[in-house]
Write a protein that binds this ligand. Sequence first.
Ligand code: HEM
Length: 145
Amino acid sequence: MYPFLLVTHLLAAIAFIGTLFFEVVIWHRARQQLADVSQVTADQAIAVRSRKVLHGVVLLLYGAGIGLAWQYRGALGQPLASSFGLLLSLKILLALSIIGHYLLLAYWLTHACLTTTRASWIRRSILGHMVLIVILAKAMFYWHG
Ligand code: HEM
């Protein structure tokens, strides 16, 4: 079961990070070469499609993550007792903070106050969180401070 959860977690993480990387690093600049009307149409089409796909990806990512974390519940129960426990706890906190970002995004969307600037900063912040999460995910096994 564990290898299956690990591969699911890794593939979902790649899909999630890849989508945000595309939106922040590639699309943010590339869209400026289109006419204003086309930018808005393409923005909406990408937002609708990525929201739909990411729902499933996020469920797999967090579901498998919880399954994996269950194996380390001993270390998570005493996060300050080992560098592994500390780094894994930090990684999970950052993952929860990403959920917080999406709640804020949903709030802005439903209250019609999601500006382009807010949308692009929130995506940058989520991508930044993910880079840290991946570094922590690897450091927790190799860094024994
Ligand atoms: C945005 C959210 C997340 C991302 C991008 C992410 C990413 C990753 C990555 C890249 C790895 C390394 C996998 C490998 O090298 O084989 C990993 C491992 C791990 N993740 Fe996550 N993760 C996320 C959320 C979570 C959550 C919410 C939990 C638990 C509640 C979790 C628990 C774990 C555990 C326990 C491992 C270690 C697995 C092992 O190698 O034994 N992750 N994660």
